[in-house]
Write a protein that binds this ligand. Structure first.
Ligand code: 1BO
Length: 276
């Protein structure tokens, strides 16, 4: 398993995303993922599954320090005091002690960045998390947040796949010793996985298109990916991307697809993505 070192943290390059997983299915897949070798689990207050994710982690019976667990506070909970309360509720629901990484899930233009980043920093002092970071920040917002934060910001978690360039965010990650954690890393499946460039490379390596896409992500210096699945076979497939390598020209051809700019997750509270 490749480890991404950023901002003083060590993130396993493949993690399990849990957005839209709920109930016993969420606990089951988390426990299975850990048994299978996953060491990075991602959840959020907004997913309303922290209790089940925690249950799956406890069921797997792994030593806590062998697992990297991330959760996120929702954009409506970023005010001083409210953010800390949300973090406390997350820790209580998970029931595994402090998390490894606590993120601001989306920026909120209605709360000053000084206030939300200050409150996020405070969660470290309160023993709620070991590290902090952000999600869905533009590169300009990353620059501002890093300048304000006392503790290093470990990552920016953003949508990233071969149909969406994140060049500006990747540059900002390199400037600030941060990781890019890719959500929706295989897009919506269909169109991306049937793309002729991806299919041809998959055929050449005897791998699935999803494995090629995930390999393209984790072969980049600062990128981790958190594919979500509730299917045990996919769990295995998504994790098996460290025993082969893409050639430089294959990496370049896949990177060439990112000019399509197909953004899949763009809620009405999202920031102005063009503010790079
Ligand atoms: C509203 C989208 C959340 C994904 O983490």
């Amino acid at each position: 398993m490749k480890i991404i070192e950023a901002g003083g943290a060590r993130l396993p390059a493949i993690g399990l995303g849990t957005w839209r997983l709920s109930g016993p299915a969420a606990s089951d897949i988390v426990a299975r993922a850990i048994e299978f070798g996953y060491r990075h689990i991602d959840t959020a207050r907004m997913y309303a599954n922290e209790r089940e994710v925690g249950e799956g982690i406890r069921r797997a019976g792994i030593a806590r320090d062998e697992l990297f667990v991330t959760t996120k506070v929702w954009w409506e909970d970023l005010a001083e005091g409210r953010l800390q309360q949300a973090a406390e509720a997350a820790i209580e629901a998970l029931g595994i002690g402090p998390v490894d990484l606590l993120l601001i899930h989306w920026p909120n233009a209605g709360v000053a960045l000084e206030e939300s980043i200050g409150a996020l920093n405070d969660t470290i002092g309160r023993g709620l998390t070991r590290h902090i970071g952000v999600a869905n920040f533009t590169s300009a917002m990353m620059d501002e947040a890093v300048a304000i934060s006392a503790a290093p910001l470990v990552c920016n978690q953003v949508e990233y796949h071969p149909f969406l360039s994140q060049e500006a965010v990747l540059d900002a990650c390199a400037r600030h010793d941060m990781a890019l954690v890719a959500y929706s890393p295989i897009g919506r499946g269909g169109e991306l996985l049937n793309d002729p460039v991806i299919s041809a490379i998959a055929e050449r390596h005897g791998r699935t298109p999803a494995q090629i896409v995930l390999r393209w992500e984790v072969q980049q210096a600062r990128v981790a990916a958190i594919p979500r699945t509730s299917n045990p076979d996919r769990l295995r497939e998504n994790f098996d991307v460290f025993s082969f390598e893409l050639a430089e020209d294959e990496m370049d051809r896949i990177t060439g697809l990112t000019k399509r700019r197909q953004r899949l997750v763009d809620p009405d509270f999202a920031p102005n993505w063009d503010r790079v």
